[in-house]
Design a protein around this ligand. Structure first.
Ligand code: AVI
Length: 320
């Protein structure tokens, strides 16, 4: 399994994934412009409870979250990994500004476009906020903060983004984060919890078919960027939830025997009728899994915040 920190090119990853048995494509490539737009739509779907649950935690418990963050009363850097459109973070930022807390907001993202959008929006919304966007790799950027700033770092990794890593990748990821954190820094993570499978599955198989579009869009991206000839009509979206391992998985299923040429990989791939391409894992956690993961990667859980339905948790971790 590839580590979360390893960088490959899009063409290499597609070649490797489609040459494997079973075939797979990496969901990290979902987010071109159209994919990002579709994900915004997913977050507004009635079935996609995750965003509402996290927003509820932030809105209803902002004071308790603040207490947990600002225990020492000292100035801090609020660092967000993969900040997206910042809707949830803006609730915290607004509350901290109102209390005249001394902090800077540092969103880190690989996408310059996403950062520009977020910075523009936060500059308009919060003219008094000190915002220092950093474009690039999470770990390298955080490493540079060790020498750049001696303030406490509070690192946010929200939106259940950790769910898109396998358990082994998640552990690798947190170990790498631990290596660039100081003893007094904090990590605040959004986890989707295991719950009624009848609630989870529709979040990945919505009635309007937006999630299907979101998956199929990766085929369109491969066609456009890598000169492939996928026919989207010949693939269908299939979502599953496995209550034993707690993983939602999505697949694109080849509806017939077919071949697909990918020019940039200089290769033609054979698909059998009904052969799946594994597209994405969305891991759901139990509290025991979260505690074990923290411990295995050099942290301890300091606090859990839950939404009113116990669908979701934001968990505050301290270096051990
Ligand atoms: C970004 N990530 C946490 C989403 C999830 O729930 O796994 C991506 C997603 N895939 C389908 N719907 C949403």
């Amino acid at each position: 399994m590839q580590s979360a920190t390893q960088q490959n090119t899009f063409a290499d990853d597609v070649l490797r994934g489609l040459s494997s048995n079973p075939k797979f494509l990496s969901s990290k490539y979902f987010y071109d412009d159209e994919g990002s737009r579709l994900f915004q739509e997913i977050m507004r779907l009635p079935e996609y409870y995750l965003t509402q649950a996290e927003l509820e935690i932030f809105s209803e418990q902002r004071d308790e979250i603040f207490q947990a963050f600002a225990e020492s009363g000292a100035a801090f850097d609020l660092i967000e990994l993969g900040a997206g459109d910042g809707t949830k973070t803006s609730v915290l930022v607004e509350s901290f500004l109102r209390r005249q807390i001394d902090f800077s907001y540092i969103p880190i993202d690989i996408s310059a476009e996403a950062l520009n959008f977020l910075t523009g929006k936060f500059n308009r919304q919060f003219p008094n906020l000190s915002i220092q966007p950093e474009q690039g790799d999470y770990f390298r950027t955080l490493e540079s903060f060790k020498t750049k700033s001696d303030k406490q770092k509070i690192i946010l990794f929200l939106g259940s983004n950790i769910g898109n890593f396998s358990l082994a990748q998640a552990q690798d990821f947190f170990k790498s984060l631990r290596a660039v954190m100081n003893e007094t820094d904090l990590l605040f993570i959004g986890f989707d919890l295991q719950k009624d499978p009848h609630t989870i599955l529709p979040a990945y198989d919505d009635a309007q078919g937006i999630t299907a579009e979101f998956n199929l869009n990766l085929l369109t991206r491969i066609n456009r960027e890598l000169g492939a000839d996928f026919n989207r009509q010949e693939f269908s979206h299939y979502a599953s939830y496995h209550p034993i391992d707690g993983a939602a998985r999505s697949f694109l299923i080849s509806r017939k025997a077919q071949t697909v040429r990918v020019e940039a990989a200089n290769k033609t791939f054979e698909f059998a009728a009904w052969e799946p391409i594994f597209m994405e894992i969305s891991q759901k956690y139990t509290l025991k899994m979260i505690g074990d993961l923290a411990q295995a990667s050099g942290f301890r859980v300091a606090k859990y915040f839950f939404d009113s339905r116990n669908f979701y948790t934001n968990s505050l971790w301290k270096p051990e």
